[in-house]
Structure formats: C-alpha cells, structure tokens
Design a protein around this ligand. Structure first.
Ligand code: S3P
Length: 447
C-alpha cells in the first residue's frame, strides 16, 4: 500500500531516566524473506515473530497476488502455503510495494525467471530510488523490463521463459541486489553466482539453505562468492523471526544518551553481518552487555542489557558500513552526545535509502545545534557536553530519520520536533508506546 497517511507531526523532550524491557519487533529483512521463500516452497511455512509493519504487509499481499495462500493466524504468526519454485501465477493487478526497497527488489528477483508479467509501483520515496542495480542483472537472466525514465518505478517485468544462470559481481555492497539475483537464480538451470566486494547481510543464504537449496559462500581473492544451484525443490519450514537489531538500536540509543537509564532488550539478532553498530558502540565505551547468547531459527540471538554512561567519538571504518548500513542515522544522534568527533566513512549508499540520509541527518542535527560535516560518502558529527535541541527535523517519508530525531529530543535541552512520524509504521508500528513504556516523553502534535 502506498504511504498515503496524512503527515503526523511529533515532538520529544527530555525527562527522567528510561528503564524497563523493550520488546522490539521481528527483523524486517528476515520477515520479507520468510514470506517470499514460504511462497516459493512446497507445503506450509509457519512464521512466528513476523514484523507486522507496513513494508512486510505489502510483501505478504504481493505473495498472495502471485498465488500463494498467505494467512495471519495470530499476532506475528503467519501461515504461507507456497506454490513451489517457478509456480508463481500472474498477478491480476499492479503490485504496490509502498515504501519498501527490500520488498520490491526481492520480489522482482523472485518473479523474473518465471514466464509471467507483473508491474510494480511504490510511494513517492520508493519511486525516487534506483532500481537499475536490480533490473540490469535480472535482464541478463532473460527478463524483459520496462522502467520509467532513470530506471525508476513503475516497472513492468516480463519474466524469462528460458532463463540463463548468471555470474554477477555487484557494483555496490547490497544484500538486496544479491538476494534479487539469488531468488531469480532459483528458477534458472545450473549455477548462479554472486560476487560481492564486502559481505552483506546473509539472511537469504541462511534461509535458502534452511529451505533445502544447495548454496555455498566462500571468501576468495575475487571477493565474497555465493553459489546457488538452480531449480531446487524448496521445502516449507517453520521460521522463528528474531527481533530486529536495527529497531533495537532506537531504545538502545535512548538509554545510552539519557542519564541514569538502564534497559533490557531481549532476543535480538546478533547476526555478524548486522552487528556493526554494536561493535562501534562498544568502541565508543557504551555499557552494553550481551547475555544468554543462543541460536534461534538459524540466527544467533542474545538479550541486551544497556546502561547510560560516558561515550567517546570514534572513526568508523568504511569496511564496516555494510554491517550497519541502516544504523548510521541513529549513530549520528548518539555521536552528538559523545566526547569528540565521530567520523562515518564509506556511507555513500545512505544517499539512496528511503531518503538521502546523510543530508536529512545533517540538516536536522544542525537545526538542533549540532556541528556536522558531510562529503559525498562520509559524515562527521561533533559531540557536545549539552546538545541544545529546539529544532524541527524534516523526515522525507523515512522511518529511521523520524525515529532518530525523536530519540535525539530525549537528551536535548529543548524539545525536538519532526514534521511527520507516520512512516514509523513501515518498520516499528509500536515504537511510540514502547518508548513511552520506558518513560520517554514523545507525543503527537497537531499539524
Ligand atoms: C536490506 C538490505 C539493505 C538495507 C535494507 C534491508 C535487506 O539495503 O538497507 O534496509 O533486507 O536486504 P541494500 O541492499 O540496498 O544495502
């Protein structure tokens, strides 16, 4: 569904310490993949802990449009009866992927090697984002693709009737490109190979292996190489979705910047390809402990225990960017409260997310009295002993920008306002009540 809600202005202000338990929602990346692989397998896939944010609900609707039987059986619990690899039928209507880059790119991959036609659209944010990075390799499988000027949505794909397997080096470190190619490779004969210069999140590889595909990953001189054998019979599996480390980052950040805070965040994924923020925070001196480390549903998880304390700015190396790509907005907020400067390197991809996140963060932080420098692919935030606040941040239909500035306001001298909190629904529907439950002063305001 397109993000059509009226803008919802919000404000946050500092108050007492935060405390309690933050039950953050299921992982967004894993939730999309569970629905898509469920739809491509034979039998019933039961999913628990699914993120019921708008992005994932849009993917669930798309899977039903391709012929899978998708049903909500309880809170976070979903059943998918799949149609098997190559079994997608042609959707009757245009598929609206709303705000979700992951949804649209992975689904385009999943249908591009089946001889059906589908048209994809999305909201204003998604319609500005680059799609050629995915449609270029998909056309090499033999799919016929028509896009709007600049390769943007709406896009129509006529899937390949006789797909060829592909060997492809991704031009940017992107799990979405990698995953779109692997999903397309499922219905191509022979081996499809993706080569990436830096490893990106590996949920697709883990889940494909769990569903019975033959897939291997190796580090070679060429880079990180993933090889998938085409035309497997995927077998339906139960999927327990761990809690999202990217969503956990918001209450964790709030606890780190509000004096006296102490919170727990149970059951968070500690997948090493998603761990960059937490490595960085430990380097900054954050008091974060990971307890009860265990494996759930093929992913490592742990309970987090977080306490407020002094932080010091660091330089984040470019090689780490892929493992924390969604966490730079909230890191830039935390950095405003750290002693010295924090430099984020190799972050050009932030410019093509739901918004240009470097610009959005730099402008909003400056409006709240923080010194920020940016280049095309880096951002530097100068920490201060007392962050003034008092400004308005523009969120550009970007959930992570909205949540980042609401967290900022919990630690500033004066309140911080955002123009629109409605995009938070895409990834963290309970963000406001969850934060209020920890003691945060966040409220909706009238337009
Ligand atoms: C995602 C990959 C990342 C990330 C996005 C989710 C995924 O995007 O920013 O939120 O689930 O594969 P890129 O592949 O564009 O880096």
């Amino acid at each position: 569904m397109s993000h059509a809600a009226d803008p919802q202005p919000m404000i946050s202000r500092s108050g007492g310490p935060l405390s309690g338990v933050a039950q953050v929602p299921g992982d967004k990346s894993i939730s999309h993949r569970a629905l898509i692989l469920g739809a491509l397998s034979v039998g019933e896939t039961r999913i628990t802990g699914l993120l019921e944010g708008q992005d994932v609900l849009d993917t669930a609707r798309a899977m039903a449009a391709f012929g899978a039987q998708v049903e909500r059986v309880g809170p976070g619990e979903w059943s998918v009866h799949g149609v098997g690899v190559g079994g997608f039928s042609e959707p009757a209507a245009i598929l609206d992927c709303g705000n979700s880059g992951t949804g649209v790119r992975l689904i385009m991959g999943a249908m591009a090697t089946t001889p059906i036609t589908a048209t994809f659209t999305g909201d204003a944010s998604l319609s500005r984002r680059p799609m050629a990075r995915v449609t270029d390799p998909l056309s090499e499988f033999g799919a016929q693709i028509t896009a709007r000027e600049g390769g943007c949505l709406p896009i129509t794909i006529q899937g390949a009737a006789d797909p060829l397997p592909l060997r492809y080096r991704t031009p940017v470190a992107s799990a979405q490109i990698k995953s779109a190619i692997l999903l397309a490779g499922l219905n191509a004969p022979g081996e499809t190979v993706v080569i990436e210069s830096e490893p990106t999140r590996d949920h697709s590889e883990r889940m494909l292996a769990g569903f019975g595909a033959e897939i291997r990953s190796e580090s070679t001189e060429e880079g990180h190489v993933i090889t998938l054998k085409g035309r497997p019979e995927l077998r339906a599996q139960p999927v327990a979705v761990p809690r999202d480390p990217s969503s956990a980052a918001f209450p964790v950040a709030a606890a780190l910047i509000v004096p006296g805070s102490e919170i727990r965040v149970p059951g968070v994924s500690r997948n090493p390809t998603r761990d960059g923020l937490y490595i960085t925070l430990l380097e900054m001196g954050a008091d974060i402990r990971f307890e009860n480390e265990r494996e759930e549903g093929g992913e490592p998880v742990a309970d987090m225990h977080v306490k407020h304390g002094p932080l010091t700015g660091v330089s984040v190396p470019a090689e780490r960017a892929a493992s924390m790509i969604d966490e730079f907005p909230i890191l830039s907020v935390i950095a405003a409260f750290a002693a010295g400067k924090t430099v984020m390197n190799g972050v050009a991809e932030l410019r093509v997310k739901e918004s240009d996140r470097i610009d959005a963060m730099a402008l909003g932080l400056r409006a709240n009295g923080v010194r920020v420098e940016e280049t095309r692919d880096s951002m530097t935030v100068h920490g201060m002993a007392a962050v003034p606040g008092g400004g308005l941040a523009v969120t550009h239909l970007d959930h992570r920008i909205a949540m980042s500035f609401l967290v900022l306001g919990l630690g500033t001298g004066s309140p911080v306002a955002i123009d629109d909190g409605s995009p938070i629904m895409t990834s963290f529907p309970d963000f406001i009540p969850l934060m209020q439950g920890l003691g945060a002063d966040i409220a909706e305001t009238s337009a």
